[in-house]
Design a protein around this ligand. Structure first.
Ligand SMILES: Nc1ncnc2c1ncn2[C@@H]1O[C@H](COP(=O)(O)OP(=O)(O)O)[C@@H](O)[C@H]1O
Ligand SMILES: Cc1ncc(COP(=O)(O)OP(=O)(O)O)c(N)n1
Length: 277
């Protein structure tokens, strides 16, 4: 609660890696929170030297440093929702899962970031088991893209039936909801599939032909967490996140010499009266 205005302030925490180029990771998450009217906080897991051409270096923090950042937030400000992004190692995953449990946070969005679009490793292979064994059981929504869902479940995903089976397996690890994202599919639509443990719901949008998709997954999961922090249910948060990422990709920012970032201003601008844009 903001003491002066008496208004409740929605608070969201991102536990993720820093992208020096500003398009993905912590930077994308905080921009998304801000645009959606949510107070953003961060616990940094690793620093990457990165730009639109790719990841040049990764410097992970100690699991203790990550845990202390989260506890500092939990013991004072609190968080209405949390998202995780790049976690890099099993030590960091175990620390993050431990503190989330300690603080009793339940609105937890896990974006199981593994490999950047340029091919760099953002999660060590041996950490996959820690992710499925300790973090997914604490998860309200897990948001893999297709290659991530394949890695987590150990199966190939070629069509809708495979996506459904993969979602069931991910729910089997303890995630309450699963969203298998469709950015890596072919076809004229980008179709995201939500599984709530019983039913499947598809959310489709026009696929935008663009090379400027750096940070799409981070932005989508941050928007999802922002919706949950504001008290929306999972379906409404997903609809808001889909609209946010659609606007951000459609109006991508063409900076740098490689894969440009999405435009975090675009969603709010698209909702303003024309005279104010
Ligand atoms: N070219 C595109 N056009 C429209 N939506 C897209 C496009 N690429 C990705 N998306 C959407 O962006 C979100 C993130 O998906 P994806 O790119 O698969 O994640 P990641 O960055 O983790 O690989 C999803 O909602 C997906 O449908
Ligand atoms: C620090 C950091 N975290 C995550 C990613 C991956 O971002 P993602 O949204 O999956 O999109 P790409 O960057 O892979 O285009 C990252 N690159 N850096």
């Amino acid at each position: 609660m903001d003491k002066e205005s008496g208004r409740k302030v929605a608070r969201a925490l991102t536990i993720a890696g820093s992208d020096s180029g500003g398009g993905a990771g912590i930077q994308a998450d905080l921009k998304t929170f801000q645009e959606l009217g949510v107070y953003g906080m961060s616990a940094i897991t690793a620093v990457t030297a990165q730009n639109t051409l790719g990841v040049q270096a990764v410097y992970p923090l100690s699991s203790e440093a990550v845990a202390q950042q989260i506890r500092a937030i939990g013991s004072d400000i609190g968080a209405d929702a949390v998202k995780t992004g790049m976690l890099f190692s099993s030590e960091i995953i175990l620390a993050v899962a431990g503190v989330i449990q300690e603080l009793g946070w339940t609105k937890v969005v896990v974006d199981p970031v593994m490999i950047a679009k340029g091919g760099s490793v953002l999660l060590q292979e041996e950490a996959i088991r820690a992710l499925t064994g300790t973090l997914l059981p604490l998860t309200a929504v897990v948001t893999p893209n297709i290659p991530e869902a394949e890695k987590l479940t150990g199966m190939d995903i070629l069509g809708r039936t495979d996506k459904e089976e993969a979602a069931r397996r991910l729910a089997g690890f303890g995630a309450q909801h699963v969203i298998i994202k469709g950015g890596h599919d072919s076809g004229t639509e980008a179709v995201d599939l939500l599984f709530d443990g019983r039913y499947f719901t598809e959310l489709a949008s026009k696929r935008i032909a663009t090379g400027h998709t750096h940070g799409t997954g981070c932005t989508f999961s941050a928007a999802l967490a922002a919706g949950l922090a504001q008290g929306l249910d999972i379906e409404s948060s997903m609809q808001q996140a889909k609209a946010f990422i659609q606007a951000a990709i459609e109006d991508g920012i063409h900076i740098g010499g490689g894969r440009g970032p999405t435009n975090h201003w675009a969603y709010r601008r698209s909702r303003l009266p024309l005279s104010n844009t």
